[in-house]
Design a binder for this molecule. Structure first.
Ligand code: KG4
Ligand code: ZN
Length: 342
């Protein structure tokens, strides 16, 4: 019998709902919150309020686009954390209410597990190529930067992680410092395509083992811009493409160095990318290029599955449901998850 899962994602500033049947995507709806743009970053209170406004229409449209009713759903999978607490509470409370009124079981999903398992979302008419276990996932988002060894759908081992900021935050801050807008990642990515990545250089961190650090390079950019602006007030305007290309290249170099080290040390050559920053064209090209040189099999998520989406929550919920995982109605969201074992 087919298993149909309704997914709900509300961990940050995207309200999303999706339906997955036996791993195949039937619908994936997303309401992005424009309200944060004017503030140059996500305002948690406004995010919760926007989720509250969006969640009912988004879930009902996900069901209608999938051509099903709640009767045909086997379980409701929702993001339990990590993320903004107020945002998580909206999705969790909605999922609980829906479970109580329909009698459908709840399955809680770790947001990071969702990003990693997005590689297992199947789509009708596509080749649905996915990594084999064990694989390494470079998980890069606005809140996290990790190298994760994925042994099966439920067994995750963090090989390396950032000791300070996430790489997505470094992209966002770069854009903010240069007055380019929010969210910064896609803007820096676009401008970097027109620039020279060798024009400027930024101090790289020295961090032990497979860990990362991005706070020093952010400060390096800040001082660089401050000094150049003193000499030339329109320095940013004249050089924005080269600055973005050089800064993006520095971030990619940091990521790639540790990913190569982790692959060499573990002997794992199945390499996947996940999280919002996996939309970055420079990073995607570099992983593909390095993969060819190192004999890796590389897996890049489709663009619609790079940033936050409920399809990844639904597919994770599907595998957890098959394993017999069910969440009690007393479950509460967790803003900071220490590991994947929520
Ligand atoms: O996974 P995600 O949607 O949310 C979190 O879980 O954090 O990731 C959002 C992050 C933001 O920092 C955003 O700037 C970054 O992903 N991002 C990008 C690109 N698209 C989104 N960074 C670099 N290049 C992109 N094309
Ligand atoms: Zn995310």
């Amino acid at each position: 019998m087919a298993i149909t899962i309704l997914g709900i994602e509300s961990s940050c500033d995207d309200t999303s709902s999706a339906v997955i049947r036996d791993g195949y995507l039937l619908s994936n709806l997303l309401a992005s919150q424009e309200v944060h743009r004017q503030y140059g970053g996500v305002i948690p209170e406004l995010a919760s309020r926007a989720h509250q406004l969006n969640i009912v229409p988004v879930v009902s449209q996900a069901l209608s686009q999938a051509g099903i009713t709640m009767d045909e759903i086997d379980a409701i999978a929702f993001t339990v954390g990590p993320g903004l607490l107020g945002s998580l509470i909206v999705g969790t409370s909605f999922a609980k209410g829906l479970s109580l009124s329909t009698g459908k079981p709840l399955v809680e999903v770790n947001h990071l597990q969702g990003h990693i398992l997005s590689h297992f979302i199947k789509q009708e008419g596509k080749d649905n190529r996915h990594p084999s276990f064990p694989f390494l996932c470079l998980l890069v988002s606005g809140g996290h930067t990790q190298i994760v060894a994925v042994h099966d759908y439920f067994k995750f081992e963090i090989v390396g992680h950032t000791i300070d900021d996430a790489v997505g935050e470094a992209f966002d801050k770069c854009s903010k410092m240069m007055g380019l807008g929010y969210p910064g990642g896609p803007i820096v990515d676009r401008l970097a395509k027109e620039g020279d990545p060798k024009k400027f250089s930024f101090a790289k961190p020295h961090v032990e083992g497979f860990d990362f650090s991005f706070s020093g390079i952010k400060t390096s950019l800040l001082y660089f811009l401050r000094d150049r602006l003193k000499e030339e007030p329109d320095f940013i305007e004249k050089n924005k493409c080269d600055i973005c290309a050089s800064f993006q290249k520095a971030l990619i170099d940091i990521l790639m160095k540790k990913l190569i080290m982790a692959s060499d040390a573990t002997g794992i050559k199945e390499i996947a990318l996940g999280g919002g920053v996996s939309a970055n064209s420079g990073l995607r090209d570099e992983i593909t290029r390095t993969g060819r040189r190192k004999g890796w099999n590389t897996y890049l998520p489709e663009f619609k599955f790079t940033t936050d989406n409920a399809a990844m929550i639904a597919v994770s919920g599907y595998y957890k449901y098959l394993e017999g995982c069910r969440a009690p109605l007393s479950i509460a969201p967790i803003s900071r998850a220490r590991d994947f074992g929520i």
